[in-house]
Write a protein that binds this ligand. Structure first.
Ligand code: SF4
Ligand code: SF4
Length: 313
């Protein structure tokens, strides 16, 4: 009880009311595909966490956009929430340590929490020339991944680069960049996107803490709760040419169809993600709603297979 009080007081001191927090928990519970009866339990995971799994967050070939998306989220407190439920032992962007001390932190965390920590990987791994295209502290990404990932309880590949190679792995890919799972022959839970929606990472971790297991995955390693349907299947623009009322409003099915962005290159029919329902920036909007066609950022090799962007396939 005291712990809960402290949590809500901490939120309040950051200008976040209990109501805002419960609103977020309601959205998160719906995103996870759980019924509304789970909302109080989801809130409890944050307010009174039974355990805080240690996390080692590795950065490889990437732009840090995935971390930025999480930490600069419009939910003013999402970074706080993540830090409430996770014990982040190593994260190059947010930790105070640098240089040799940072390296020592990494080795110490892996040793101390061997078999118990969650490894989050952001960025792709260079595989050609013995991994020579990407290094941290004189060691290749490949070497670091081979050492750290097998010692983790589970590995989450955050973003399309870590999951499938992303832009680093786009043709002609001189460094032989691939996703971390492919690089070292390990299975990973993938949360792709460029960047991914932070709510899908939070949902995965809360699923783990609440139900004691990782969520069910599709054949590309993605949580089904977030990547089980195509963008097109959930797109409100689709209704314009399938809904009689809109067809009447637009004058003809052809005119209503013009509201859809398919002819300007929307890859919604080929792309699995929950952007239309999870949305971005505190549920404000998402690319297709704002008028930009989906470019298929959560699909493997999308820089090669979905281009040229903005042209009908
Ligand atoms: S805008 Fe894209 S996702 Fe929406 S209906 Fe058209 S093709 Fe489908
Ligand atoms: S709408 Fe498409 S391109 Fe945009 S974030 Fe969602 S999956 Fe990625």
């Amino acid at each position: 009880m005291e712990q809960e009080k402290t949590f809500y007081e901490r939120l309040k001191s950051k200008g976040v009311s209990r109501r805002d927090f419960m609103k977020y928990c309601t959205a998160l519970t719906a995103t996870m595909g759980l019924s509304a009866s789970y909302v109080p339990k989801v809130a409890e995971v944050f307010a009174a966490p039974a355990q805080r799994p240690p996390v080692v967050w590795l950065h490889f070939g990437e732009c840090t956009g995935c971390s930025e998306a999480l930490l600069r989220s419009n939910y003013p407190f999402i970074d706080e929430l993540v830090l409430e439920i996770l014990s982040v032992e190593y994260h190059e962007t947010i930790m105070a340590a640098a240089g040799h001390q940072a390296e020592e932190n990494l080795h110490a965390a892996v040793k101390k929490y061997k078999g118990k920590f969650i490894c989050v990987v952001e960025g792709a791994v260079a595989t050609k020339y013995n991994g020579g295209y990407g290094k941290v502290a004189g060691r290749s990404f490949l070497e670091i991944a081979k050492e750290v990932v097998p010692q983790a309880a589970a590995t989450i590949a955050i973003g399309s680069c870590a999951a499938y190679g992303g832009i680093a792995g786009a043709d002609p890919n001189p460094g032989g960049y691939v996703g971390v799972g492919e690089a070292i022959g390990a299975s990973t839970l993938n949360i792709p996107g460029c960047p991914p929606n932070p709510i899908n990472l939070v949902g995965t971790v809360v699923n783990y803490l609440l139900l004691g297991k990782l969520p069910a995955l599709d054949d590309k390693g993605r949580p089904l709760f977030a990547y089980g349907k195509t963008i097109h299947d959930q797109c409100p623009r689709r209704s314009h040419f399938e809904n009689e009322e809109f067809v009447t409003e637009f004058g003809s099915a052809e005119a209503a169809n013009g509201y859809c962005l398919y002819q300007v290159g929307c890859r919604g029919p080929e792309t699995y993600n929950n952007c239309p329902v999870a949305k971005f920036n505190d549920g404000t909007s998402w690319p297709v709603e704002a008028g930009a066609p989906c470019i298929g950022c959560s699909e493997p090799k999308f820089w090669d297979t979905m281009t040229p962007f903005y042209e009908e396939m």
